[in-house]
Write a protein that binds this ligand. Structure first.
Ligand code: ADP
Length: 414
């Protein structure tokens, strides 16, 4: 086992348009790091650079203390699990799992023993004589894992290995892989576009957008302290609601939608830049938005648009009165679009967030552009079943201490 390090790693498939830009990542020995981001953000590219399937354009890759830039893929002592599993269809489970040992000329007896030991770990011992076509999706996935484990590599690389499974099985395999990785203690880099997978599996999660690393941190830190609007909007399901706001006054008050909410001294002490922030985007997680009574001050007026009951929780989508608040001015120059919000999630209804309008022309990709970052509804989480109905007037209470604030470039205001 070994640590892994990428230093300013850049990959240009086409000269001048990097798919991965100056990417820095330090993975400790035995750590499980997940690379997550929307399609095309450069996750697989990063993995392929580590695997040696692509050459690094500039920068360095280390496994342990050794620079791997010029080391051939098969000499890097890594094992990769792909989305497609890439099993040999004409071979049995036993032959598939033992294949790498055979090519390394491991004796037949030892091969059989090692295959059996790994098969038992993965619950495949009764299936060793079967061919891949005689297995379920989950079993095939396990064979692919077994083939990687049996080599006892220094590093596991996994590229969307759960994408071909149905939702229930994906949940089970998430747990299985995490548990197995902990038991084996093998340094692992796991690529996924699914933020739930990322948040539940990784010791740390690296969020990418347009080939640029946005933040790398433990899941709870990403959730509670996102570095920018992109991370804030990408992590969380349903995503946080983003509203235009403004911080005004000697005793700073947050003007958000049609509400004026006093900002307490404790909030300003924790985020000193907030007092001078002016126009901001306000991020509100569903669990931090509450339906309050008509008598409450500092709450946002709205109308219930819809509800989604999930059993333990109900998500209530509220059309809010914007109070005539216009989206903040759009950023210009090279930072434009750096931290634009991600596209809405694909495998979960975005909690009433309509797909973001696709900005065009010079507004493309800017946080405030065309309302691109602004949520059309506030999502409120309530325990149990909802006691409201669509069309009902309501008030949404928020607490500035629990809100997230972003400037016009999408950076977190602290
Ligand atoms: P992800 O895994 O996050 O979906 P990729 O790493 O596959 O993203 O791709 C990152 C970017 O590089 C994309 O814009 C993609 O079109 C481009 N890309 C990937 N592979 C190649 C290639 N072999 N040649 C040219 N461009 C590529």
């Amino acid at each position: 086992m070994a640590s892994l390090k990428l230093v300013n790693a850049t990959k240009e498939y086409v000269k001048g348009t990097p798919a991965l830009k100056e990417f820095n990542l330090d993975v400790a020995d035995g750590e499980f790091v997940v690379l997550v981001g929307p399609s095309g953000c450069g996750k697989s590219t990063a993995l392929r650079l580590i695997a040696g399937l692509e050459a690094i354009t500039s920068g360095d890759l280390y496994i342990g203390d050794e620079c791997m830039n010029d080391v051939a893929s098969h000499k890097r002592d890594i094992a990769m699990v792909f989305q497609s599993y890439a099993l040999y269809p004409h071979m049995t489970v036993e032959e598939n799992m033992g294949f790498s040992l055979r090519t390394s000329r491991v004796a037949k007896k030892e091969r059989a023993e090692r295959v059996l030991a790994v098969a038992e770990t993965l619950g495949l011992a009764d299936l060793l004589r079967r061919k891949p076509r005689e297995l379920s999706g989950g079993q095939r996935q396990r064979v692919a894992m077994g083939r990687a484990i049996i080599r006892q590599p220094q590093v596991f690389l996994m590229d969307e290995p759960l994408s071909n499974l149905d939702a229930k099985l994906r949940g089970e395999m998430r747990e299985e892989i995490s548990e197995l990785q902990r038991r084996l203690g093998t340094t692992t880099v796991f690529v996924t576009h699914d933020q739930i997978e990322a948040m539940t599996m990784g010791d740390r999660v690296a969020v990418l957008c347009d080939g640029v690393l946005q933040q790398v941190a433990a899941p709870d830190v990403l959730y509670d302290e996102p570095a920018n609007l992109f991370v804030a909007s990408f992590i969380g399901s349903p995503p946080m609601s983003i509203l235009p706001g403004r911080v005004t006054g000697e005793e700073p008050t947050l003007q958000v939608a049609n509400a004026q909410v006093p900002i307490g001294a404790d909030v300003l002490a924790a985020r000193p830049a907030l007092a001078e922030a002016g126009e901001v985007l306000v991020g509100i997680r569903p669990e931090h938005a509450t339906l309050v009574g008509a008598e409450s001050t500092g709450a946002i007026d709205g109308v219930v648009r819809s509800m989604e009951g999930l059993g333990p929780d109900t998500f209530i989508r509220v059309d809010y009165d914007s109070g005539g608040h216009r989206p903040m001015p759009t950023p210009t120059g090279e930072d434009a679009g750096r931290h634009r919000p991600p596209p809405p999630p694909t495998d979960y209804d975005a909690g009433g967030h309509r797909p973001l309008p696709t900005p065009t022309g010079e507004d493309a990709g800017r946080p405030g552009a065309a309302g691109g970052a602004i949520s059309p509804v506030i999502t409120v989480r309530r325990s149990g079943t909802a006691t409201v109905h669509a069309g009902q007037r309501c008030r949404v209470g928020i607490d500035p201490a629990l809100c997230h604030f972003f400037d016009s470039e999408g950076n977190t205001v602290r």
